[in-house]
Write a protein that binds this ligand. Sequence first.
Ligand SMILES: CC(C)(COP(=O)(O)OP(=O)(O)OC[C@H]1O[C@@H](n2cnc3c(N)ncnc32)[C@H](O)[C@@H]1OP(=O)(O)O)[C@@H](O)C(=O)NCCC(=O)NCCS
Length: 161
Amino acid sequence: MTDAFAIRFITEEDGRPLRWTYLRPGMPKGGSIYQAPDSLHVGVFAGDALIGSVSFLLEDQTGGVTAGVWRLRGMITHPDWRGRDAGGRALEFGVAELARRGAGQVWCDGRSRALPFYRRHGFHAVGAEFETPGTGPHYRLIRPLVGEIPTPLAGAPEELP
Ligand SMILES: CC(C)(COP(=O)(O)OP(=O)(O)OC[C@H]1O[C@@H](n2cnc3c(N)ncnc32)[C@H](O)[C@@H]1OP(=O)(O)O)[C@@H](O)C(=O)NCCC(=O)NCCS
């Protein structure tokens, strides 16, 4: 059964308490601030409680801005709510909006522990695993979005399903 989460856009500030408490526990508050020339932030709610969030920033892999290239950051579900697809639905909600805006790629530095989650959502790892101080092993992960919007299949009409 699917939990009846509500998923909607939130502000960057709305997601900070969740990130500060559960994404980098024990690390100084004030990090995980995800502002960019263009960004969007998705929240998952159980009733009135924000139990998950994810942010997408218009930022390419060099830290600059390239049209259509978005960085995913701050992927977090409250520990009591993990494993119920809240994170996955938040991610897909954001990606759907990026696809609607014509984005071509979403990338992130994903924790190695979350690799199965990202793979399930269409990301693939590029390069070797690397260590980030304080948050452990990561992979650079990319999900191409071109072609996410269904297009007619190539081939003669009689070959189409
Ligand atoms: C990764 C995370 C956001 C997924 O959220 P979720 O609401 O549990 O998402 P889903 O139910 O859609 O997916 C569950 C999957 O998350 C992954 N996962 C579960 N617990 C996890 C944890 N503590 N850390 C990382 N990934 C975890 C598993 O791959 C799991 O898949 P499985 O059920 O096949 O084992 C959530 O586990 C989390 O907040 N983890 C801690 C913070 C983190 O690692 N964020 C990613 C930073 S790059």
